[in-house]
Design a protein around this ligand. Sequence first.
Ligand SMILES: *[C@@H]1O[C@H](CO)[C@@H](O)[C@H](O)[C@H]1NC(C)=O
Ligand SMILES: *[C@@H]1O[C@H](CO)[C@@H](O)[C@H](O)[C@H]1NC(C)=O
Ligand SMILES: *[C@@H]1O[C@H](CO)[C@@H](O)[C@H](O)[C@H]1NC(C)=O
Ligand SMILES: *[C@@H]1O[C@H](CO)[C@@H](O)[C@H](O)[C@H]1NC(C)=O
Ligand SMILES: *[C@@H]1O[C@H](CO)[C@@H](O)[C@H](O)[C@H]1NC(C)=O
Ligand SMILES: *[C@@H]1O[C@H](CO)[C@@H](O)[C@H](O)[C@H]1NC(C)=O
Ligand SMILES: *[C@@H]1O[C@H](CO)[C@@H](O)[C@H](O)[C@H]1NC(C)=O
Length: 611
Amino acid sequence: MHAKNRLSTSGNSSPSPPASPLRRRSSSTAKPYSSATARRSLLRRFAWIVLSILVRRQGVFLFAPLLYISTMCFYMGNVQFDASTVPFVVYNNYNYYNKPASMAIGSVYRSPELYAKLRHDMDVDNSTADAFSYFDSSGCSLAGVQLNSLLGELIARGCRYALKQSRGLFHAKYQPYGKRAKVGDWRPCINKSSGGLPESNGYIYVEANGGLNQQRTSICNAVAVAGYLNATLVIPNFHFHSIWRDPSKFSDIYDEEFFVKALENDVRVVDTIPGYLMERFDRNMSNVFNFKIKAWAPIGYYRDTVLPRLLEEKVIRISPFANRLSFDAPPAVQRLRCLANYEALRFSNPILSIGETLVARMKERSANNGGKYISVHLRFEEDMVAFSCCVYDGGRRELEDMVAARERGWKGKFTKPGRVLQPGVNRINGKCPLTPLEVGLMLRGMGFDRSTSIYLASGQIYDPQKYMAPLLEMFPLLQTKEMLASAEELAPYKNYSSRMAAIDYTVCLHSEVFVTTQGGNFPHFLLGHRRYLFSGHAKTIRPDKRKLALYFDNPNIGWRTFKRHMLGMRAHSDSKGVELKRPNDSVYSFPCPNCMCHTNRTEDSKASAAQ
Ligand SMILES: *[C@@H]1O[C@H](CO)[C@@H](O)[C@H](O)[C@H]1NC(C)=O
Ligand SMILES: *[C@@H]1O[C@H](CO)[C@@H](O)[C@H](O)[C@H]1NC(C)=O
Ligand SMILES: *[C@@H]1O[C@H](CO)[C@@H](O)[C@H](O)[C@H]1NC(C)=O
Ligand SMILES: *[C@@H]1O[C@H](CO)[C@@H](O)[C@H](O)[C@H]1NC(C)=O
Ligand SMILES: *[C@@H]1O[C@H](CO)[C@@H](O)[C@H](O)[C@H]1NC(C)=O
Ligand SMILES: *[C@@H]1O[C@H](CO)[C@@H](O)[C@H](O)[C@H]1NC(C)=O
Ligand SMILES: *[C@@H]1O[C@H](CO)[C@@H](O)[C@H](O)[C@H]1NC(C)=O
């Protein structure tokens, strides 16, 4: 879940001085509103009318987009792209190897200027007060603006690509709704064993390092390894981490009794190794043989190399254990991972109870939206901003804060000779943490209006007075755990980063829509968990940050265009629906098909299968 594991470090080529907005502007002068633009919207409207007639008649769903696209292809020949719609054109124009990257669009943080410019149009725009109905699974929600946006997206990607993709996009878009919902339904199904367990081959002890969700990976992988080797798992030990500074033990975070019980037919789990076995080691864990295993080892390695040693020693230790088992594994191993992650791991009662209290309060505060709220995982803490090496608009003070934070957290790592920070390149590559303002702009563009309740999952935001104000302006109903709970209620958790993250996890899990803004273990686990719990209907918005950087740094973009892009981005997130796990994907993000089964197909599915 943390910056340190996921963000690639910034580049190390030539230095990039602060960009010059003036020069950049000259390279992308606005085209005046031309007759071509007018013609384009007329044509689009015509195509839309044809399409909506077709759409009202059932059975032509897949034909309609083709018709629309051929119309678009017909007129696109004489319409010029504006730079903001076609990111790849921009990329072709700016060859990073020949020109300083600082010139490129998207390399400078100028989102506040864009907000100032769009703010009025945004506030008077009341056309999408229906943002949540978009997510309703109770009917075929087909607001014009949404379809338009999807088509806008298709145009932006060019006809050839669109033709290739349209089937998938449209299919995925309509599947979860109405009658067709039954076609794509998945439900949790993890086969549990019923018979007795074979004799134990010995005890496995692992150290789970990292933050909350990296520990979670280790726990689930340890269950899988122990089960596969017919070994007994010792409740994993949580390493005290210098950055997380959280001394919590397994039972502080998770319900240990429940965990042992849920696994009882599949893996033996014990709290401690029996004393008689430990006597051989002077009752000292440091004397137990420690396996050093290379990262992402296949399960075969455990069978062939670890098992013989386990049989010999009866107790082994594996430390570190983070990421020591490959994503890809036989179904028997994946089943155990599913079981551990989705069924056996439950937060301890105190965490669960405050988490559920906050969920209830969120729903109460979202009464005007039928109790629905969206959750946003924001990573704009000081350490995250410092680690990203991105530059925002905080001037000298920000620069000094970040240098200090980098020195505190990663002594010397960023000041080594030859190490060059490239904030502009990082921004273009979509590596910069989104600011609260950018999250607000994006969500308003995606059709969520001022009355939307938002739960903000986050640590301590950097310079909150400055950075939080615009987001609160755009979404006055925004809440954090500190706002929802009293100081006394939070006191038992406040000094423990993992417990605080566990509370955020619980509130995000039960939100209508979950918005990620940065990679990491936290969103990856939530993504999978929500897919598992809500049969794939849980919506997750994963913005394309490379594109966002271009839109945010475009002084010529208007509200309508911006919104069209944002709606397209959201439609693209939605089109992912239930994605199936590919070999290198984690079963913790992609529970289908290892942890879930497809329901019986209905009449509808036969019809669509025939196409
Ligand atoms: C949007 O606002 C305009 C004027 O402010 C009003 O005429 C119109 O009815 C509103 N539309 C909706 C859907 O609320
Ligand atoms: C569970 O077991 C049944 C029958 O043995 C099998 O058909 C099904 O595919 C299994 N489910 C999973 C997720 O492996
Ligand atoms: C574990 O036990 C099962 C059932 O008795 C057996 O089929 C399997 O071969 C055993 N695996 C190992 C690694 O001991
Ligand atoms: C355990 O053993 C290690 C080295 O083998 C030693 O440094 C440590 O002090 C021992 N711990 C205890 C509690 O005896
Ligand atoms: C949390 O830590 C702070 C500073 O380290 C300390 O003053 C405070 O008493 C701690 N609170 C609790 C509830 O332990
Ligand atoms: C999976 O990842 C491994 C190592 O990261 C890589 O070598 C392999 O090509 C990947 N396989 C696929 C199908 O992407
Ligand atoms: C699916 O359900 C239908 C009735 O709704 C039933 O006739 C059919 O046998 C079922 N198919 C399977 C594979 O279970």
